[in-house]
Design a protein around this ligand. Structure first.
Ligand code: ADP
Ligand code: MG
Ligand code: MG
Length: 888
């Protein structure tokens, strides 16, 4: 029979860290911590496969599982010496969800389960603390009503507020045992009024209700949205953890807290965290009371008064610090930890790999490698290449004027500007319409995830560095300022206010998640720093990577950026944009509209010097490196004049009358230009166009070589080839141009002629095509369009549905369709190499900057990938990871 319940604590661990798929992350790590001797309250985990079974069986629990849970409870009872439901010394438990990966959107934890009208008296008697017992019961009813019974939690909050107001209290802690007893009676009445049944007094009913609610929450809308955004399969399911309660709310020697073993924002090697004295679980993250710092240093840096844990509870703090070190050494990674201190005794409640910003991920990986905790290879594998994006983008210009509205906590670094919105739905709507938005909330909750995702930045009035907003924002790489206490938000009026300054929805705001500053208007930004940790990791990555990394660049500026980011050449220099230049467009139009070769040559001769200058500038930047230049590719009609004045200008330049011109322009109309007169078809019909482009390339290369001594290596690329004969013809044109220029100049340079593989036929006939081409560059944008028969520009309407229904695994324009397009690439590589073993192979589509596609390129053994300049570092890291993974 399948086992569903796994115990931990008291010297027993049925599972361990390796069982994350079975026990969920939380359960697996609780078992692991227990097995290495850390103080973990005993409990058990109901494994993830139960989740699917629960739904299969009509949301019921099979008898065998009920028996297993009974055994689990007995395990806890045996260790704690308390009994579940016992009126004199009751066992209380928490019921906690926990999937394979941590997942906001799941049911919240229920604490203090096992309290009822009888057991509360027992708890009061054994603890000798009436107030504590009734406060726990009050909390339990409130949580259970909210997360299990899903009643209106506002009414419970309200009852609590009124209870305080009536008595003139400010803090929850001022409520006495009698006040709480009265509040419990009110709570029970609220439950009965809304649920039409009394609050469950049977502790087993309470337990199964909570367990069912955890499994039920797996299919909640919130959970589904989160799964969709994070590619989490619905089949994984969640586990449920049932664990003996420990109490951080038993007076001033008790506390609860959360901590990271290193700074999750900057990555520094310093304990980082918050705690609250005399408080329970969620109080820290809920932002009800302002938490205190863990360490003295952090408190002093923040200029805060209330004692740090290090100062207030030095002995337990020392113990905790030891546990931090032990966990880091054991897991070999930065940990995110939850703990509770009950009357001076430390209890560990959770550990997991801590979410961190890209900056922190870099720092931690490098430090840990330098500390000898991990190898350099591991350090490289630890950093998510896509996350580097966060570091490659601009930060606020320190010299730009800024109008600071207020300051909060620097919860997630980076700067963002955008229009203020006050709810997640509006954020999503405006972002979909192309606006940059800043989501401003009093505090965030899992319901806000889609809005946080859509926003450029997040600002909250409440909550600490470990609040929901802070944690989620860091995970998403969104800048976030949390706990801006001066800020008051009026969601109905759609305004926010600091003192007498009011900001309305839609007005521009800038937040700096690195300093916590909130500014009115948009503040200017500066380019990122590429040295430091970033440079170190890139250096390490370069040692392990096999694939070369080039950039898609077509201006000297792009080329310069690409080189700064470490590009080793240009993989795609498109030439069409050069033709749109205001000073040249008339000559270009004259060329297109000419009725014969002689007419075209007149216009082309006018274009030659300009084109030569383009290439000279690019070659100067790329001296010594290969530059792949694609000859003219787009359908000619893209350059046609539209305005009457444009026609007149061309008519005058070409000496033809306007009507003839217009007739000629009409003839160029195409029904399906994507598959029309473009690519090498232009070169085949009008060879003089490619001839002049080739001439410009060779003249420029010789000029630069003469001047700087470092000759670029031009790789002349013929686009849209489908047959060997096309390439044969075009190569002859290019070679002839080279011979002519070399003869004229009395010198030669090295160059290659090759083609872009972007048609399925080209991939299939690669063996023949390779007879004429010295390199292939996979143009995977068009190859994806032509293989799938999908137009990228028209795919938006169905692509979402296709990905959702699993027809496409991912957006094939973002990540290579490995099965289809990938097979064509493999075929082309194999057949190309069979003809010409030394053929140079690269990829120049959008996919060249996508880590998953780069991993695929490694398996095919391509020579290089080419990505947009800002993605070059991502590609360098992804290529190193791919090489390391291939090595195994
Ligand atoms: P989440 O995944 O939202 O963090 P958790 O299950 O970790 O939910 O629990 C929420 C809070 O309750 C945490 O602060 C946790 O430390 C606390 N908590 C959970 N179980 C217990 C327990 N058995 N005793 C005391 N506190 C607990
Ligand atoms: Mg929670
Ligand atoms: Mg937790």
């Amino acid at each position: 029979m399948t086992q569903y319940v796994y115990r931990f604590g008291g010297g027993v661990s049925d599972g361990g860290a390796g069982d994350r798929n079975l026990l969920g992350g939380k359960g697996a790590n609780l078992a692991e911590m227990a097995s290495i001797g850390l103080p973990v309250p005993p409990g058990f985990t109901i494994a993830t496969p139960m989740c699917a079974r629960y739904y299969d069986e009509g949301q019921k629990f099979p008898e065998s599982v009920q028996d297993e849970v009974k055994t689990g409870i007995t395990h806890i009872e045996g260790i704690t010496g308390k009994r579940f439901g016992d009126a004199s010394d009751p066992l209380l438990v928490s019921v906690r969800s926990g999937a394979r990966v941590s997942m906001p959107g799941m049911m919240d934890t229920v604490l203090n389960l096992g309290l009822n009208d009888r057991t509360v008296e027992g708890l009061a008697a054994v603890s000798g603390d009436d107030r504590f017992a009734w406060d726990s019961y009050r909390r339990f009813i409130q949580m259970y009503a909210d997360v299990v019974l899903e009643l209106d939690h506002g009414s419970f909050e309200e009852a609590l507020e009124i209870a305080k107001e009536d008595r003139g209290y400010y803090l929850d802690t001022e409520l006495t045992a009698d006040d709480l007893r009265a509040l419990v009676a009110e709570y029970k009445a609220l439950v009965e009024a809304q649920w039409h049944k009394p609050f469950p007094q049977d502790v087993h009913d309470q337990l199964w209700g909570a367990v069912g609610a955890v499994f039920g929450s797996w299919q909640s809308e919130r959970a589904k949205v989160y799964r969709r955004l994070n590619d989490i399969p619905a089949t994984w399911g969640t586990a449920v953890n049932v664990q003996a309660m420990v109490f951080g709310n038993m007076g001033d020697t008790s506390a609860t807290g959360v901590a990271f073993t290193r700074d999750p924002a900057k990555g520094d090697r310093a304990y980082y965290g918050e705690f609250l004295i005399n408080a329970q679980g969620e109080d820290v993250v809920a932002g009800i009371r302002t938490p205190q710092y863990l360490t003295k240093v952090a408190r002093e840096e923040a200029g805060a008064k209330p004692a740090s844990m290090e100062e207030a509870m030095p002995a337990v703090y020392g113990e905790l610090a030891n546990v931090f070190d032990l966990l880091e050494t054991h897991y070999r990674d930065m940990q995110d930890i939850e703990f509770t201190v009950q009357q001076g005794k430390l209890w560990m409640l959770q550990t997991r790999s801590g979410k961190r910003t890209a900056k922190a991920a870099l720092r931690i990986a490098i430090d840990m490698a330098n500390e000898g905790l991990i190898t350099r290879e591991e350090a490289i594998l630890r950093v998510d290449p896509s996350a580097l994006d966060q570091l490659l983008h601009p930060t606020l210009d320190p010299n730009a004027p800024r109008d600071v509205l207020t300051k909060g906590l620097p919860a997630s670094p980076g700067a963002a500007s955008g229009a203020v919105v006050f709810d997640a739905d509006t954020a999503e709507k405006r972002a979909a319409a192309g606006d940059a938005v800043i989501l401003v909330r009093t505090e965030t909750s899992p319901e806000d995830i889609h809005g946080m995702h859509a926003a450029k930045g997040i600002l909250t009035a409440r909550g600490g560095m470990t609040s929901h907003a802070a944690v989620v924002a860091r995970g998403m790489g969104r800048p976030c300022v949390s706990g801006a206490g001066m800020l008051s938000i009026d969601v109905k009026a759609r305004t926010m206010r600091v003192g007498d300054r009011v900001v309305k929805e839609g007005e521009l705001l800038t937040i700096d998640g690195t300093t916590g500053e909130v500014m009115v208007g948009a503040v200017a930004t500066v380019q990122p720093e590429l040295a430091g940790d970033f440079g170190t990791l890139m250096e390490w990555a370069d040692v392990f990577r096999r694939l070369k990394v080039r950039a898609n660049a077509e201006t000297p500026l792009d080329c310069r950026t690409a080189r700064e980011f470490g590009a080793e050449g240009v993989g795609l220099c498109r030439t069409e944009h050069m033709f749109f230049d205001a000073e040249r467009i008339t000559a270009v139009r004259q060329m297109i509209l000419a009725s014969d070769e002689a007419g075209r040559r007149v216009a082309l001769d006018r274009l030659l010097p300009a084109q030569r200058k383009d290439f000279t500038e690019i070659f100067e930047v790329m001296a010594g490196l290969p530059v792949t230049i694609r000859l003219l590719d787009p359908p000619l009609h893209e350059f046609l004049p539209h305005e009457e004045a444009d026609f007149a200008e061309v008519a005058q330049a070409a000496g033809i009358d306007i009507d003839t011109l217009k007739r000629r322009a009409n003839e160029l109309h195409e029904f399906n230009p994507m598959l029309g007169h473009r690519g090498c078809r232009l070169g085949v019909t009008y060879p003089e166009i490619y001839e002049i482009q080739a001439r410009a390339i060779f003249e420029a290369a010789i000029d630069v070589a003469a001047k700087s001594g470092a000759a670029p290596i031009p790789e002349v690329m013929i686009p849209l080839v489908g047959t060997a004969r096309e390439l044969e013809l075009m190569k002859a044109v290019v070679d002839a141009a080279a011979r002519t220029v070399f003869a004229e100049r009395g010198t030669t340079i090295e160059y290659l002629v090759g083609t872009m593989i972007e048609l399925p036929r080209a991939a299939l006939k690669a063996g023949e095509i390779a007879e004429h081409g010295e390199f292939f560059s996979f143009g995977t944008n068009d190859l994806t369009q032509t293989t799938l028969g999908v137009s990228r520009d028209d795919a938006a309407r169905f692509l979402g549905v296709y990905v959702e229904q699993g027809i496409y695994a991912k957006d094939p324009f973002v990540s290579i369709d490995v099965e289809g397009v990938g097979e064509l690439i493999q075929i082309a590589a194999d057949r190309g190499r069979a003809t010409r073993p030394q053929i140079k192979l690269g990829i120049c589509g959008e996919h060249g900057g996508d880590p998953a596609s780069i991993a695929f390129c490694e398996t095919v053994g391509l020579d290089y990938v080419s990505a947009s300049p800002y993605r070059v570092p991502i590609a360098r890291l992804a290529a190193a990871q791919a090489a390391l993974k291939a090595k195994g």
